[in-house]
Structures are given as structure tokens and as C-alpha cells.
Write a protein that binds this ligand. Structure first.
Ligand SMILES: O=C(CCc1ccccc1NC(=O)c1cccc(C(F)(F)F)c1)NO
Ligand SMILES: [Zn+2]
Length: 403
């Protein structure tokens, strides 16, 4: 039951430009999809891929990820679900009216000089270039992660995947760090209505700052972010002593790392931290942002992970058998990001994927080896054993204050 192209009905152009009514065949309100209780929800449709393909710094990445997953025949083992657009009210559960109405208004503008200073005020400009149809993009990306959250709440699945989500820098009232909408905060706010304790794990190279900030004062959401922390590196937050505040103190865990870390050291530290988190926090649902800019040969050239290392962390969380939402994020080597998220999708399905990249539309992007595996680079690793011990001990100490 592939989601067919959503039959978008343009209902004439209202003040905000196009107002689109989306009749998605699968998963619409009036006809809940008949799921043969397939455990893995995989959210996408052609519109979402098309909008995400246009994001400047990740051209065609969404389609490369999706078509590689399809080429590996993984779609036959998941429940593909076509997402709805998030409603304006849903966006307003986190974002400000001014920001959302601004996006609504510039949705259709060409990149005109108009509103230039307004664009700056809302973070559009340098880090977050103006996107064509930015409002449609924001509503569908958020809608996809919300569809996953709703499916987990309604127990239609145990694992839900949105590789086009994971935009962890978007702030309440402005785009930031190349993120236009914080689909993660929206999904967690939805999950929080039905699950007592939400664990958020951020594996992206960058600190998940805006998600941390959104939940820094509450003990109902524990955020764990592993990230590069070094002078001048974006976003600059996420030091070891960032532990949260008020009633949420010690429910924010920052794991600051240096350049060059490899799979074994990364997953060992992750395991040490996350197993303590599990015992102390006892999450009832988990959200994992799987940003792939940590991989070796990412243009970020910072960490030296391979999909195996990321997979060890995700496997650890999946072994808890809790309702789990997997999201994408960064990842600027498009082929390696597609390799990573295809590998993770296979992992979720318990399927080992053959090394040879199957023939498909983007096959040539996988040259010269045309293999699924990513080889580590020869980077210097600045994470000494002593440094890692210091980080692990500090986190253990902080966690003594939880429960
Ligand atoms: O990946 C991110 C956002 C990274 C970011 C934050 C703030 C300003 C710009 C960026 N993105 C980049 O620097 C970037 C994005 C794509 C490709 C590159 C490249 F230059 F390394 F290729 C760099 N968060 O998880
Ligand atoms: Zn990143």
C-alpha cells in the first residue's frame, strides 16, 4: 500500500497563496489506514521528497535516501504512510505566531529583496536561505514527524521513521542552523501528552540546542546529545556542565566530544551513558535524531564514524523494545547519508543488506566502490582515554541526582 501521489486539490489562492487540501490515500483522518500491525511506520510521500530535495545544502538527498531504501526492497517490510500537512495550530504548539505567519506570507515570494530585514529577523538569510514554498516545506516536515508521533501514541506501530525530520536547531521564533521548523520539539510535545517520560537522543555532529532549550526545565523529557564541542564550532553550546535547570536540573545530558572519534570509542561511551539513563530515567518512549554528519568523509570533516558505529547506538536503544521514533538530521555527504539511513532501516527490520549498492536512479553517486560500507578516514583522534573518562565520570555524577 504505497502512498500514492497525494491528490492535492488547490482551492484557489487565498491571502497566504496556495491553500492546499491534501487527500492522502493512506492515513487520512476519515479513513485510518488498515495496518496489518506491521511494526515499522515509514513516513514519506512524493511531495515531501520533492520539497526536501530543494533544500540548498542537501540537494536531492531526500530522494537519494528514499530510492536507496526502495532499491534494497526495504519498503516491502515497512508500512509506508503518507504524512498530512501539520495544521497551523500544531505548528503554534512550539513556534510563535509571528514566525509562522511570516513563513506563510513569504511562502510564494521569489527571492525578492522584499521583506529583507524581516527575513533577517526570522533567521532566513545566511544560514537558512529562503526556500521556495518554505511554508509547505515546514508544514509537511512537521506533519511527517507528527504522523509518526500519533502512530506511536495510537500503538499502530512500535517504531516510526521520518528520515526527512530531525531539524534540531529551529527556534520558537526563528530559523537557525539551517533548520526552519523544529519537528522534533513538536513531536515530543505530542508524545508527552500520552507518555510519561520521553527520552530524546541526539546523535548529530552538532549539539541539539533548540530541543535541549525547549525542555531544559522539565523532568518529563530527558535530552541526551553527543556532539562536537570545540571553540567556534556551531552552535557553541553543549558543554559538560550543561545539565538543565529548575525541576529539570540533571535531565539534560551533554556529551561534548573532540574531532576524530571513531565507532568503538563513540559507541562505548554512548552505551555507558545511555544504560545509566535507562536505569535512572526509565523512559516510556524514545526519539532518536540520527544526523549523519558524524560520518567520515562528511564535508564537516569532524568525526570519523561509519554507519556501523551509529547503528550500534541505535541498536542499543531498539533493544529496549520501547516505542521509538527515528529521525534524520544533518548529513552533507549525500551518498554516505543514504548509506547510513538505509543501513539503519535494515537494522530496524533485522535485515542485513548486501554490500553491493543495487542498481537505481542514483547508482553512479556511489562510485567508485559502489559498496554500502563506509571506510573510516585517517583523521587524528583528539579524544584521549583520559578525556573520555572525565566525560563519563561527570555524567555518572550528574545522573546520581536523577530518581
Ligand atoms: O548540520 C547541522 C547544521 C550545520 C550548520 C549550522 C549553521 C550554519 C551552517 C550549517 N551548515 C553547514 O555549515 C554546512 C552544511 C552543508 C554543507 C557544508 C559544507 F560546507 F561542509 F559542505 C556545511 N546541524 O545538525
Ligand atoms: Zn549537524
Amino acid at each position: 500500500n504505497q502512498p500514492t501521489k497525494a491528490k492535492a486539490k488547490y482551492m484557489g489562492s487565498g491571502p497566504s497563496g496556495l491553500s492546499v487540501r491534501q487527500d492522502s490515500v493512506v492515513g487520512s483522518k476519515d479513513s485510518p489506514e488498515q495496518t496489518e500491525n506491521n511494526e515499522i511506520y515509514y513516513v514519506f510521500n512524493q511531495k515531501l521528497l520533492q520539497l526536501c530535495d530543494q533544500v540548498p545544502k542537501i540537494p536531492k538527498r531526500a530522494s537519494m535516501v528514499h530510492t536507496l531504501i526502495e532499491a534494497y526492497d526495504l519498503l516491502d517490510h515497512v508500512t509506508p504512510v503518507s504524512p498530512e500537512f501539520a495544521t497551523k495550530d500544531e505548528l503554534l504548539t512550539f513556534h510563535s505566531q509571528e514566525y509562522i505567519e511570516f513563513l506563510e506570507r513569504v511562502n510564494l515570494e521569489e527571492d525578492s529583496e522584499k521583506d529583507e530585514e524581516l527575513k533577517q529577523q526570522f533567521g532566513l538569510g545566511y544560514d537558512c536561505p529562503s526556500l521556495p514554498l518554505v511554508y509547505d516545506f515546514v508544514r509537511l516536515v512537521a506533519g511527517a514527524s507528527l504522523s509518526c508521533a500519533k502512530a506511536l501514541i495510537q500503538q499502530k506501530c512500535r517504531i516510526a521513521i521520518n528520515w526527512n525530520g530531525g531539524w534540531h536547531h529551529a527556534r520558537r521564533d526563528e530559523a537557525a542552523g539551517f533548520c526552519y521548523v523544529n519537528d522534533i520539539v513538536l513531536a515530543i510535545l505530542k508524545l508527552k501528552e500520552h507518555f510519561n517520560r520521553v527520552l530524546y537522543v541526539d546523535l548529530d555532529l552538532h549539539h541539539g540546542d533548540a530541543v535541549d532549550d525547549a525542555f531544559i526545565f522539565t523532568p518529563k523529557v530527558m535530552t541526551v546529545s553527543l556532539h562536537k564541542f570545540s571553540p567556534g564550532f556551531f552552535p557553541g553550546t553543549g558543554s559538560l556542565n550543561r545539565v538543565g535547570g529548575g525541576r529539570g536540573k540533571f535531565y539534560t545530558i551533554s556529551v561534548p566530544l573532540k574531532d576524530g572519534i571513531k565507532d568503538e570509542q563513540y559507541s562505548d561511551l554512548f552505551t555507558r551513558v545511555i544504560e545509566q539513563v535507562r536505569v535512572k530515567f526509565q523512559p516510556s518512549v524514545v526519539v532518536v535524531q540520527c544526523g549523519a554528519d558524524t560520518l567520515s568523509s562528511d564535508p564537516m570533516q569532524s568525526f570519523n564514524l561509519t554507519p556501523l558505529g551509529v547503528g550500534q547506538c541505535v541498536s542499543r536503544v531498539l533493544s529496549w523494545k520501547l516505542p521509538t521514533l527515528l529521525l534524520g538530521g544533518g548529513g552533507y555527504n549525500m551518498a554516505n547519508t543514504a548509506r547510513c539511513w538505509s543501513y539503519l532501516t535494515g537494522l530496524v527490520l533485522g535485515q542485513k543488506l548486501p554490500s553491493e549498492i543495487p542498481d537505481h536512479e542514483f547508482f553512479l553517486e556511489y562510485g567508485p566502490g559502489y559498496q554500502l560500507e563506509v571506510c573510516p578516514a585517517h583523521y587524528t583522534n583528539y579524544n584521549t582515554v583520559e578525556y573520555m573518562e572525565t566525560v563519563a565520570k561527570a555524567i555518572t555524577k550528574n545522573l546520581e541526582n536523577v530518581r
